[in-house]
Every structure is written in structure tokens, then in C-alpha cells.
Unconditional design. Structure first.
Length: 397
């Protein structure tokens, strides 16, 4: 999805917020219908029946009737798709939407005349019931798009995303294979010896975040002051998230352009970052340490980097089992926990091979699949995460 920064006026922003309120209201009605279902009752209405019910509700409710029927119908469509993904097990059950969270709406049946360029850096988009809204023309709008989604993040920024599938980056056809080891201190270590790290928060940002957190704890629930502090904190967090996303995009593009095959560990990042708080009767162990590890994994962008590589280097990303990659000497293949002396130092006890620990692991990851690069191009093979059952050494996506 090609995303751009919207620049609405105050009057247009109030209209956009009304669209968000309509979409949220219709979505929550659909959630309530399906939460009401119990075994033995008639099945909950589907998308077509909900659209008919929406038409009746619009006739009876002036507030809904004043809004765009496209926005409201697409909220039902989004709910139907979310429910379908829940039943196939790819995501959780759709739940309630709250004010200030998951704000947005979708417009379909878009025409080519609904987008125009005003100047070098400014474009305009026609939104139903709102009119022409300006957005930052950071790059050309994809051709042939038929729908777009308008969103509002917690930092108060409006964005528009045009539904378009970008083309995958062509392989350089040099035969180069690279191994990639993900870590906390070094976000991505390459078998070439490069050490890549996501942008870290600046010292003043760390201090300001702590200060805002203290102010948030003292603010009264539901007060205007608390809302202002929350938005200030959201804006600060958004700066860091934008930097990480920019790093992920640039790094994934660079790797897709330089290497024919990219080999990564098959890690279930979602399972690795689950909380261990437990219950009062059975509290978790090392809760504070695990929370710090989870924050480090999230800050390093483990999942986002591989997800973008999958999209940009489609068919050229290979997942291998991560067993013993950090304990194996890349020179003599001796495996021992004592080989890794520290976070950064790898010193083999048998042959004396000395290297950066993350680079040594990345080279082990590369060597696992380097001899099978041709087989990796034959097509994908399905496999689950490594923590559930023993997995084959080579998995292709």
C-alpha cells in the first residue's frame, strides 16, 4: 500500500472525524451482533444482510444518513474480512473499536480523476462528503488504483493509503548469497561482516518520555490534561517508529538489490515476545527481564525486516532452523556454548577462530543454505515455526 501524509483543513478534519465515527459505529454494531450469538440461536447475519439492515438504519437515523454510505458499507466489508481471517486462524476475533484507536475508513470505486497534482510537493484527493483534501506528493501515485484508506494515528496525523501491490525487486543475478542474523545490540549482522543497527532514541527523547510518563500517571482519568499528555507521548513515540520503519525499508531494499538469495533464521517473533506476567496464583518468572527483552526485539524490527524482505525479494528469502548457529564455529564447525565468550566475541576453543559473534552466526546461517540455492528457487514449501516441532533445515517462502 502506497501511503501519503494528508493535510486537511480544520473544517475538513471535522468531516473526516465524522466518517471515522460512522465507520467505528457500524463496525461495533457488527461486533455486537456476532457477540450475541450462542449455540442454538440462529446464525449471525452476513455481509449482505448487514447491508440491508444498514439501509434501514440510515432511514431511521439522521446522523447515519448524513454520512457516506460507501464508508459505512466498507466498514461492514472490513468486518466480514476480519471475521473470515479469524475463522481460518490467521488473526484474532474482531473486537470493539475505541475512539482514538484504529481510526479510519475505506473508499472504493475510486476514479482516476479523484487524484490530481497541484504542485511539485502537493497533491489533492477527492473524498466523499469532504471534497478535495491536500496531501504531500512524496512520490507518484500508483496507476490504476481503485480504492484508498484514510487513517488517523494516535499522534494526530492523517494518512491516505492507496491500495496497490508494488512490484518485487529483480534479483541482480550475481549468485551472491547472504546470511542475516538478528539480534538486540546489533539489529542485523550480515555474513559479509556488516553490522546494521536500527536508529536508537536520542538521550533527550528518553528523558522526555520518562517525564511524560510521570505526568501521565499524575493526570486525572478523563481530563483534558491527560489527553494532551497522551498525545504528546504518542507524537514522541511516532518519531521513533518512523525512524525504525525508514531503516527497515532502506535496509530491505538494499539487501534485495544486492543479493540473489537472503537466508534468515526461522523465528516465531510473536511467540518470542509474549508476556510472562502470569496470574497472582502462578506468577511469571523473570518478568522484568523478559519485558526488557521484548522491548529490545520490537526496537530492532525483527519481524518487520523479514516481512519487507518477503515482499521485495519474493521467492528469494530462505528460512533455516536457528539451532546452534550462535555456538558453531564457522571455521571448524565445532559446537560448544563456551565458544561464545560474550555478546560480541566468538572464540573457538578447538581451532582458535576469532570473529564477531553475530557475524559468525550469520555465516553459519548462510552456509546452511548456500549449497542449496538452486533448490530454493524451485518453489515454496510450507512449514510452521521452529519452536513447535522439529523442522527441516531449509524452508523457502
Amino acid at each position: 500500500m502506497a501511503r501519503y501524509r494528508l493535510q486537511p483543513t480544520l473544517a475538513q478534519e471535522s468531516k473526516l472525524l465524522e466518517h471515522c465515527a460512522h465507520a467505528r459505529y457500524v463496525w461495533n454494531l457488527a461486533v455486537e451482533q456476532h457477540r450475541h450469538w450462542r449455540p442454538g440461536r440462529a446464525s449471525a447475519p452476513g455481509f449482505a444482510e448487514q447491508c440491508r439492515q444498514l439501509s434501514d438504519a440510515r432511514q431511521e437515523t439522521p446522523w447515519l444518513r448524513a454520512g457516506s454510505v460507501v464508508v459505512q458499507q466498507q466498514a461492514l466489508r472490513d468486518f466480514a474480512q476480519a471475521l473470515a481471517r479469524f475463522f481460518i486462524g490467521s488473526q484474532g476475533r474482531p473486537t470493539w473499536r475505541k475512539v482514538g484507536r484504529n481510526e479510519g475508513f475505506r473508499i472504493v470505486a475510486m476514479r482516476s480523476t479523484d487524484v490530481r497534482r497541484v504542485s511539485r510537493r502537493v497533491g489533492e484527493l477527492r473524498i466523499p462528503k469532504v471534497g478535495w483534501v491536500r496531501f504531500r506528493w512524496s512520490r507518484p501515485v500508483p496507476e490504476g488504483v481503485k480504492s484508498f484508506r484514510v487513517t488517523l494515528d494516535r499522534a494526530g496525523r492523517w494518512h491516505v493509503g492507496f491500495a496497490a501491490v508494488p512490484q518485487a525487486i529483480r534479483a541482480p543475478d550475481t549468485g551472491e548469497v547472504v546470511g542475516l542474523d538478528r539480534g538486540i545490540v546489533v539489529s542485523a549482522a550480515l555474513s559479509t561482516g556488516e553490522l546494521l543497527t536500527t536508529p536508537r532514541p536520542r538521550p533527550w527523547e528518553v528523558k522526555r518520555r520518562a517525564r511524560l510518563q510521570r505526568r501521565l500517571g499524575r493526570a486525572k482519568q478523563g481530563s483534558r490534561r491527560r489527553a494532551d499528555v497522551r498525545q504528546a507521548r504518542a507524537r514522541l513515540m511516532a518519531r521513533g517508529a518512523d525512524r525504525r520503519k525508514d531503516w527497515v525499508e532502506k535496509t530491505s531494499t538494499d539487501l534485495a538489490r544486492r543479493f540473489d538469495l537472503i537466508v534468515v533464521e526461522d523465528l516465531d517473533v510473536r511467540a518470542m515476545t509474549r508476556a510472562v506476567k502470569g496470574t497472582p496464583e502462578a506468577p511469571g518468572r523473570n518478568v522484568r527481564q523478559k519485558a526488557g527483552l521484548n522491548r529490545g526485539i520490537a526496537a530492532s524490527g525483527w519481524g518487520a525486516l523479514v516481512a519487507r524482505l518477503d515482499a521485495k525479494a519474493s521467492g528469494r528469502v530462505v528460512r533455516v532452523a536457528p539451532r546452534y548457529t550462535s555456538q558453531t564455529c564457522n571455521s571448524c564447525k565445532h559446537v560448544a556454548r563456551e565458544n561464545r565468550k560474550s555478546q560480541a566475541l566468538f572464540l573457538c576453543e578447538v581451532c582458535g577462530h576469532r570473529d564477531n559473534a553475530d557475524v559468525n552466526a550469520a555465516r553459519n546461517i548462510r552456509d546452511t543454505a548456500a549449497g542449496r540455492a538452486v533448490a530454493a528457487r524451485e518453489g515454496p514449501r510450507a512449514a510452521g515455526p521452529v519452536h513447535r516441532e522439529p523442522q527441516p533445515d531449509l524452508l523457502v517462502v
